[in-house]
Design a protein around this ligand. Structure first.
Ligand code: HEC
Length: 189
């Protein structure tokens, strides 16, 4: 029994040494291509994406969800989404930007896929981001209440048509213009 364990331990140490030599000598550069044009083999993709999904689920578990139905909250979330997320995630009737199209892994089209994701999950991902993908964490620049506003909008976007989205954009710009006019008329006084 002891002999078997010792053999296993020695094999593991030998494998670790081979692994370190591969990484240290630069042989790993020949074995793994970091190009976004070279998709990962299926089993690697499976390891990355299932680990990532499980990690988010584990950490999002137990987050308390506030009420997400307030219309000014949804409008604030729309503003953030339209400014910061469309580039990579597209939107109802909107295409990704050129930078967004160049990502690997690709950002999912949230107008379609956010349907399956619970609000705790959305909140955690937006706040923390996902390492080694294009998904930024917004905790450094946005308060929890701003992030919940984005979640409130995503919940709404699940059922939005391109026309609904365009109408929100229009309402938003006219609000923006109103604010500007108010500021300008303030100046004249
Ligand atoms: C620079 C590109 C980029 C920007 C900007 C970006 N994302 Fe992402 N996002 C990604 C990528 C890439 C992924 C997929 C990561 C992966 O494969 O694990 C992702 C994943 C997500 C997910 C998880 C989806 C899922 O199916 O698990 C959510 C939710 C999300 N983003 C929301 C947002 C929101 C909201 C914004 C704006 C506040 C945003 N993202 C801005 C690139 C981006």
């Amino acid at each position: 029994m002891k002999k078997i364990l010792l053999t296993i331990a020695a094999t593991l140490v030998a494998e670790l040494i081979v692994f370190l030599i591969i990484v240290g000598t630069g042989l790993s550069g020949a074995l793994y291509n970091v190009s976004t044009l070279s998709p990962d083999p299926g089993f690697l993709r499976w390891i990355f994406s299932s680990t990532s999904g499980n990690s988010v689920k584990y950490r999002a578990n137990g987050i308390k969800v506030p009420s997400l139905t307030d219309s000014s909250m949804i409008a604030e979330g729309f503003d953030h989404y339209n400014d910061m997320c469309v580039t990579c995630h597209a939107g109802p009737g909107l295409e990704k930007s050129e930078a967004g199209l160049g990502l690997y892994p690709q950002a999912p089209n949230l107008a379609r896929s956010a349907k399956q994701l619970p609000p705790q999950y959305l909140f955690w991902v937006i706040k923390n981001g996902i390492k080694s993908t294009g998904m930024p964490g917004f905790a450094k620049t946005h308060s929890d209440s701003k992030i919940w506003a984005m979640v409130a909008f995503l919940e709404k976007m699940k059922n939005m048509t391109p026309q609904d989205y365009a109408a929100m954009e229009k309402a938003n710009t006219s609000m923006g213009n109103m604010n500007m006019n108010m500021k300008m008329s303030h100046h004249e006084h």
